[in-house]
Each structure stands twice: as structure tokens, then as C-alpha cells.
Design a protein around this ligand. Sequence first.
Ligand SMILES: Cc1cc2nc3c(=O)[nH]c(=O)nc-3n(C[C@H](O)[C@H](O)[C@H](O)COP(=O)(O)O)c2cc1C
Length: 218
Amino acid sequence: MATLLHIDSSVLPVSDSASRAVADTFRTSWLQQHPDGFVIYRDLAANPASHISAAAQHAGYLSPEEHTVEQAAAFAERKELIEELEAADAVLIGAPMYNLSVPSTLKAWIDNVVLIGRTAMGAATLAGKPVIIIASRGGAYGPGTPREGYDYVQNYLRGVFEMMLGMEVEFIVPELTGAAVDPSMSELLPMYEESRYRAHDEAATRAQNLAAKLVEAV
Ligand SMILES: Cc1cc2nc3c(=O)[nH]c(=O)nc-3n(C[C@H](O)[C@H](O)[C@H](O)COP(=O)(O)O)c2cc1C
């Protein structure tokens, strides 16, 4: 039985959120392929992780016996988030673009789970674990677009999950979602629809393939 850790961070409900909707398609397809599979769900918009504090940061480099009362209390949440990530066989993250980067709630979660010597920078607890990121965005940032080079979501998250944590990163990118709500983008509606269709299709197929691979492995 494989475990999928599913994290959402859009402030919008699933009816209005591309990342939540595509992640939902992924999760549904994953469970169809693997009905015994287990999903742990974390909604960072509803229940944000604490920002990293000095006590939680210092505690990460000390053994539990050395923790002060304040450090032990601060590290408890960090440890829970790290253990949840370590226990998962695969990770699914909804990462909408907010002002060219990720939501601050997702950044706070990352600051908690990246711990040099345990999860990051050559440490092996997460190495090789697949992470699928739904990087939704209102505009388009691909090669040849006027905004090429201004995407700090995919580049940043690849750096964190691939370079720092050694995980296997895949992106699914529903883009031009602004066309659905902004009349000035109406000529982009067909491209938005195509992107949405492709994102859901990719999510269903990749979830199926991943579940089949994980079931074989366990
Ligand atoms: C606070 C905020 C900032 C945003 N900044 C950008 C941006 O810089 N570039 C962009 O293309 N879209 C931006 N958007 C639009 C979102 O990326 C878009 O609505 C996307 O679909 C969000 O993912 P979601 O549908 O899962 O909520 C922003 C939206 C919000 C709420």
C-alpha cells in the first residue's frame, strides 16, 4: 500500500482553483488505479504551517536531549511536517503563482521541511521520491512569451525539490487561467481551455502511471 501526500496552497476553493481541480483529478485517478492507497491531505491555505523561528531553526541542528523547552516546542511542528513528508511514497503539490512566486504558505512549509543534515543537501531521507507539482498561473511564461524569464515558481521549486532535496520533480502547468475571469484576456480563452484540458489529461495519466509503479515497488 502506497501513501500519497497531497498538499494544496491556493486560497481559492476547488470550484475556482485550477491547481486544486487538477490535483483533485490526479488524486482521483491515483486512487482509481490503487484503491488500497492512502492519501494524507494538508491544506496550507486553511491550516498554514508556522513561519520558521529561531528556536525551530536552532533545534534542527541539536539532538532532542539538547533542546531547551522553547526549542522542543518549536521543533515539534517542524518534526511532524518532516516525518509526514518522509513517510510518503509520492508527493502532490498545488502551487499557484502569486506575484511571480509561490504562496507564502507554501514557502513557510518548505522552510520547515528543508533541514540540512536530514532532508537536504546530500542527506538521503527524501532522495528519489517523486513530487508532482501543479503550477497554475494566470498568464503564460513559456519560451517566446512576453513574460518569459519572470517565472519564479518552477525554477524555484525545481531548485528546492531537485537540487536541495534530491527528489524527482515533474510539473503540470495549467496556465492563462486569467482568461476565464478577465474580459481583457478573452482572445486567449481557446489557449486557456486547451491548457486546462491538457493539464487534467496529464494529471490523470501520470497519476495512473505513478500508482502502477508504486504498487509494483511495494
Ligand atoms: C495574490 C495573487 C497574485 C497573483 N499573481 C500572479 C502573477 O504574478 N502572475 C500570474 O500569471 N498570475 C498571478 N495570479 C493569478 C493566479 O496565478 C491564477 O489565478 C492561478 O490560476 C492561481 O492558481 P489557482 O487557480 O489554483 O488558485 C495571482 C493571483 C493571486 C490571488
